[in-house]
Ligand binder design. Sequence first.
Ligand SMILES: [Zn+2]
Length: 377
Amino acid sequence: MLKTDNNMQLYKKGLFFVSLGGIGEIGANCYLYCCDGKWIMIDLGLSFADDRYPGIDLLVPKINFIDEIKNNLLAVIVSHGHEDHAGAVAYLADKINCPVYASSFAKILIENRLKEFGKSDSIDLIELNPTTNLSIDEFNLNFIDTTHSIPQPHAIVIETKYGNLLHTADWKIDDEPTLGNHFKKNDFIKIGNNGILALIGDSTNADVPGFSLSENKVKKELSQVFSRYINRIVVTCFSSNIARIINIVHAAKKNNRKIALIGRSMKKNIEAAIKANLIKDTNIFISEEEASLIPKENLVIICTGSQGEKRSALYRIAYNSHKNIQLETDDVVIFSSRDIPGNEKTIDALKNLLIRQRIEIITADDDLVHVSGPWLC
Ligand SMILES: [Zn+2]
């Protein structure tokens, strides 16, 4: 349906929405909007391969279609920095010859990835100013602050001569966010009152009835949980969950503990958050080497591995194969995350290994150490 020159004629007049990934699956978000033959793309994300793809770790959207529209693709807009929305930009940089717009935090993450790939100069990456509109040919874009587990998420209002569209991207309504601006409820009401042609919703768990609790509740609970222990505390969560990490920093500070970061992606994301001025208490961080030297009641370790991933920091620590960090009886490991469906077996195996070493495990079933962000983390 998408391909062939004849079909390209179809897009010459009118307003169209095309998904190249993300609908009916988790991850690889990539959406195109077309107005009278001119196109913009929202998001270009990765997804993680499962057992159906042996030997493959990551999947990118199938964007062959943009070869057909290359000269009329005017911009890529990244709604926020999560890998499933921004992670494929570096992989597919060679295919993109239009500007890519991203908020300051997402831009840092994309720049890091481009640098890793030796592609730093291959795309025109522009910092998005969400407080002003962005006018691109047939499109006028406005950005609305939402709340999410990563900094600077935005819903995007796409104004065209045919009417307005609302692309929500990932969101949660959190009245007490611990990171960034408040959810702009009134802006959404205004947009609704003005009338929209369609709302394109895109958020994990959006179809689950009920409310998710505020991240602020986790912030309070973590401080309280930390105060119960005099041993080492290890917290594992998704490295992109900057809101959670800021709350762990808060809890550590309140309980006179320093923080060691273990795991490459954890270190990279926190470096990006510090660079974007989102984490200001940088004195609280110590190196892995220092972590092995300070009293255990003064230490928190934040690490990757909440899904039991082999090669992750927590996996190596649990198997006692980490160079600097060894756990002892009565240390505590907090799973500040949820189990992604399909990962239960590997997570349980990791927990069992820790329990056999008489390490205490805390999950969201025990204390409020996790709420949905609403991403998978
Ligand atoms: Zn997200």
